[in-house]
Design a protein around this ligand. Structure first.
Ligand code: GLA
Length: 702
C-alpha cells in the first residue's frame, strides 16, 4: 500500500471512529443503559403474534405454538379479551387454562405478554351492574358485546377491573415466562360516559384545579353568552362545540380519567408482580387524539402501539410519523404490539400489502426504534366481529401464504438482534407535537382545509429526506440535544412554555414556528398580545392578522419561490435585525407584498416564524435553508429517491436500515465500505429491489 493511500485510509478510519464514537457518546448520554424494550434474557429484537388460546380447544395449542416456534416467533400476547373465561361468574377465577397455555408456550420458547381483559367485560357483569356500561353523549346506554363498552368513571367498573388485574397478577406476577403486561386495549378509544356521576366527577376535578369559581369564570371569559357559573354543579359536560376553555378542560379530564383508570390496574399488578415484568398499553399512533398521550404513557415501562395501514400501502412518512411520535412520548424505544398481517377488515378497501411489503414494514419499524413486532392476529376466531381480518394461520389451521414472509423477517430479527442491542434512534431534528394545541386548532379550524397532519407531514417529508432521522417530541421537554426544532402549528404557548423555548434558542438552537403559533394560553383563551405571543420579542416580529385563503397566493424571496395556500398570516418585523425571507405576492390586498416568513438570530441561536401553509416546493426550500443554517446533515448519507434510510446508535456504533419503498430496483452507493449484515459481506454498494432491505454497520477496521 503506498504511503499517501495508507494515510488517507487512516484519516477516514479516524473520522469514522470519531463520528461513531460521538454518536455513541450522544446516545450514551441520553441513557447508557439497555432500553426497557429489550428484555433481559431475550433477544434485543423480538417478533410475535397476538394469540387467543381461549378460542380454541386445548389440543390445538400445541400445534399453534409449534408453528410459532418454527416461524421464529418468540412472543405471544394473550388473554386481553378473555375476561369471561378467566372469571366466568362473579368472584370465581379460573386461571388453570391460562397457566397451561403459558407453560406450553414456554416449552416452545414463546414469551408471554398478558393483557388485562378490561376492554371486554363479561355479560354477567354488565347485566348485574348496568352502571358499568357507558352512557353515550345522546343519552343511550352502550350495548353489551362490542367491547369498550365499560364506563371509565364507574366506581363499580373500576373495582371489578382492579380485581381481575390483581388476581391475574397474583397468579402470574412471578411467572418466569410472563415478560410483561398490557393494560386494557386502546383505552376504549378515549370514550367517556355522559352520566350524572361522570359530570359530578368532572365538576369536582375542576374545583380542585381552579379552587374558586371566580378564577374559572375569568379564565373561560364566562361573561360571554351569560355562561357565568355560580356553583360547581351548574357546569355541563360539553357536547359539540362549546366554550373553548370548558372543552379543553373536558379533554384534560378525559386524559386524567383514563390515566387513573390505567393506574388502578398498574397498582394492582405492581403490588403482585416482579419488577422485571414490564407494563405497557396498546396505543394507536399519531393523531389518535382523545387522550393526551404524553400524560397517560408516563407511568408505563415503555410505549407500545398498533400499527395498521388499512387501505393502500405503507407510506414511510405517514407510518414514520406515528413511530417517531410514539417513540417521542417517552423518548425511548417502542414495541409494535399489533400490526397488519397483510390485510385488515375495517377499512374502506381491505387490500393486502404486497408480497415483501410486510417484511419491509417490520424492518421499517425497527429503523424507527421498535424492538418488537407482533402480528394481529395469529388465527381468527371462527365467529365474532373480526372473522375476516387478516391472519397468519387460516381457518383450516394451516399457514397463510404470508406466514413464510413473516418467518423470514423473524429469522432475520433473531440473526441480527445483536447488532441492535442497546441501540436507539438519535436525531438532530425534532418536530413538536402538542395534543392541546391540536385540539384547540381542530375545534376552531376557520377553514375546513386546515389539515394539521398534512402540514406536519410536509415538514417531516422534507426534513427527513435531509436528516434521515427525526424525533417528534413535546414542546416541554429538554430540547438541547437538537440543532433544529420545528413546531408546525403550536397554538398554545403559555408564558412558561415560551420561556422554555426562548432558552433553547438563546443556548444555540434553531426554533421554527409555523402558522397559528402562540395565539393562545393554557386556558385556550386568546393572548392579549400579537402572535407568537410571549415569543414576539424574541422573534423581533409579529403577526398582524391571519387569513383563511380562498385561493393560493404566490410567495417568494431569498428563500425561494412557490405558493401559500389555506392559511396566511401577515407578518411585520419589529426589530431592525429581523430578516424577511419570504413575501406574499398579489392576494387580498392586505397580504400583497407583505412578509410571510421572518427570522432573527437571538442569543447563540435563531428563531424563525413561517406565517403560511407552504406548498411542497417552498417547504423543501425552507427545509434546505433550516438544515443549512442549523448544521443538520444526513444520518447515513445520500440515497436515491424511494429509499428510506434510518439509523440507530449504541455504545458500539451505529446500525443503519435501508429499505426500498419505490417500485424500481435501486442501486445505493454507500458512503464508505460497510458491513452488510443480512448477507454477511463487506461492500460499497447495495442493490435493493422493491421492498428490499439492507442492514449495515461500519466495516471492521482491521
Ligand atoms: C385493533 C385492536 C385489535 C384488533 C385490530 C384489528 O388494533 O387492538 O384487537 O381489533 O384492531 O385490526
Amino acid at each position: 500500500m503506498n504511503c499517501a493511500r495508507g494515510f488517507r485510509l487512516l484519516l477516514v478510519a479516524i473520522v469514522i471512529l470519531g463520528v461513531s464514537g460521538l454518536l455513541a457518546s450522544r446516545a450514551a448520554d441520553s441513557s447508557a443503559q439497555t432500553p426497557p424494550t429489550q428484555l433481559p434474557g431475550h433477544n434485543a429484537l423480538l417478533m410475535g403474534a397476538d394469540w387467543y388460546p381461549e378460542q380454541w380447544p386445548e389440543e390445538r395449542w400445541e400445534v399453534d405454538l409449534g408453528m410459532m416456534e418454527e416461524a421464529h416467533l418468540n412472543v405471544a400476547r394473550i388473554a386481553e379479551f378473555a375476561w369471561s373465561k378467566m372469571e366466568p361468574s362473579e368472584g370465581s377465577f379460573q386461571f388453570d387454562w391460562l397457566e397451561r397455555a403459558i407453560r406450553q408456550a414456554e416449552k416452545h420458547h414463546v414469551a408471554i405478554v398478558l393483557g388485562t381483559p378490561t376492554a371486554a367485560p363479561p355479560a354477567w357483569l354488565t347485566q348485574k351492574y348496568p352502571e358499568t356500561l357507558r352512557i353515550e353523549s345522546d343519552g343511550q346506554r352502550a350495548v353489551h358485546g362490542n367491547r369498550a363498552h365499560g364506563s371509565v368513571t364507574s366506581a363499580k367498573y373500576r373495582e371489578l377491573c382492579r380485581r381481575i388485574a390483581e388476581e391475574m397478577a397474583k397468579r402470574f406476577g412471578h411467572d418466569a415466562n410472563v415478560a410483561g403486561w398490557q393494560i386494557d386495549n386502546e383505552y376504549g378509544y378515549g370514550q367517556m360516559s355522559y352520566d350524572p356521576d361522570a359530570r359530578r366527577q368532572f365538576q369536582q376535578w375542576l374545583k380542585a384545579k381552579y379552587k374558586t369559581l371566580d378564577a374559572l369564570n375569568e379564565h373561560w371569559t364566562t361573561n360571554y353568552w351569560s355562561q357565568t357559573y355560580d356553583n360547581w354543579e351548574e357546569i355541563p359536560i360539553p357536547v359539540g362545540p362549546h366554550n373553548p376553555g370548558l372543552m379543553l378542560e373536558w379533554q384534560r379530564f378525559t386524559t386524567y380519567v383514563w390515566t387513573s383508570y390505567q393506574q388502578n390496574q398498574i397498582d394492582a399488578i405492581r403490588a403482585n408482580a416482579e419488577q422485571r415484568q414490564f407494563i405497557t398499553g396498546n396505543f394507536m399512533g399519531y393523531g389518535f387524539d382523545p387522550i393526551d398521550h404524553f400524560v397517560i404513557t408516563k407511568p408505563l415501562t415503555f410505549v407500545a402501539w398498533d400499527d395498521y395501514i388499512g387501505t393502500g400501502h405503507l407510506d414511510p412518512d405517514t407510518n414514520g410519523i406515528s413511530h417517531d411520535a410514539m417513540r417521542g412520548l417517552k423518548r425511548e424505544n417502542i414495541w409494535i404490539i399489533e400490526t397488519q398481517p397483510g390485510t385488515v377488515n375495517w377499512s374502506a378497501l381491505n387490500n393486502s400489502l404486497n408480497k415483501g411489503e410486510v417484511r419491509a414494514m417490520a424492518w421499517h419499524d425497527v429503523g424507527h426504534g421498535a424492538d418488537e413486532v407482533s402480528y394481529w392476529q395469529w388465527r381468527s376466531a371462527l365467529n365474532g366481529q373480526e372473522e375476516i381480518h387478516g391472519t397468519l394461520v387460516a381457518p383450516d389451521g394451516k399457514a397463510e401464504p404470508l406466514l413464510a414472509e413473516v418467518a423470514q423477517a423473524a429469522k432475520e430479527f433473531s440473526k441480527l438482534q445483536g447488532a441492535f442491542q442497546d441501540t436507539r434512534v438519535a436525531s438532530d431534528v425534532a418536530l413538536l407535537q402538542d395534543y392541546e394545541s391540536r385540539w384547540a386548532i381542530n375545534w376552531q379550524k376557520h377553514t375546513d382545509k386546515y389539515d394539521q397532519f398534512a402540514i406536519l407531514k410536509s415538514y417531516y417529508h422534507a426534513l427527513r429526506k435531509i436528516s434521515q432521522s427525526i424525533d417528534i417530541v413535546s414542546p416541554d421537554v429538554s430540547l438541547d440535544q437538537y440543532k433544529l426544532v420545528v413546531a408546525p402549528d403550536l397554538c398554545l404557548i403559555p408564558k412558561e412554555r415560551a420561556q422554555h423555548l426562548e432558552e433553547y434558542v438563546k443556548n444555540g438552537g434553531h426554533l421554527v414556528l409555523g402558522p397559528r403559533s402562540g395565539l393562545k394560553d393554557e386556558f385556550n383563551a386568546l393572548l392579549p398580545i400579537r402572535q407568537p405571543g410571549y415569543l414576539a420579542d424574541t422573534l423581533g416580529g409579529q403577526v398582524e392578522q391571519y387569513y383563511a385563503l380562498e385561493n393560493a397566493v404566490a410567495a417568494g424571496g431569498s428563500l425561494g419561490s412557490g405558493e401559500v395556500s389555506v392559511w396566511a398570516e401577515l407578518l411585520k418585523t419589529t426589530m431592525p435585525d429581523a430578516e424577511v425571507l419570504l413575501r406574499y405576492g398579489k392576494s387580498n390586498g392586505w397580504l400583497d407584498d407583505q412578509p410571510a416568513m421572518v427570522t432573527r438570530k437571538y442569543g447563540k441561536g435563531r428563531i424563525t416564524y413561517i406565517g403560511g401553509v407552504l406548498n411542497d416546493a417552498l417547504v423543501n426550500d425552507a427545509a434546505q435553508w433550516m438544515a443549512k443554517s442549523s448544521g443538520v446533515s444526513a444520518a447515513f448519507g445520500p440515497v436515491p429517491d424511494g429509499i428510506e434510510a434510518s439509523r440507530r446508535v449504541g455504545p458500539h456504533g451505529a446500525v443503519y436500515v435501508l429499505i426500498n419503498f419505490g417500485s424500481e430496483k435501486k442501486s445505493v452507493a454507500l458512503p464508505r465500505n460497510m458491513q452488510s449484515l443480512l448477507d454477511h459481506h463487506e461492500t460499497k454498494q447495495v442493490e435493493l429491489p422493491q421492498y428490499g432491505v439492507a442492514v449495515l454497520t461500519e466495516a471492521k477496521t482491521n
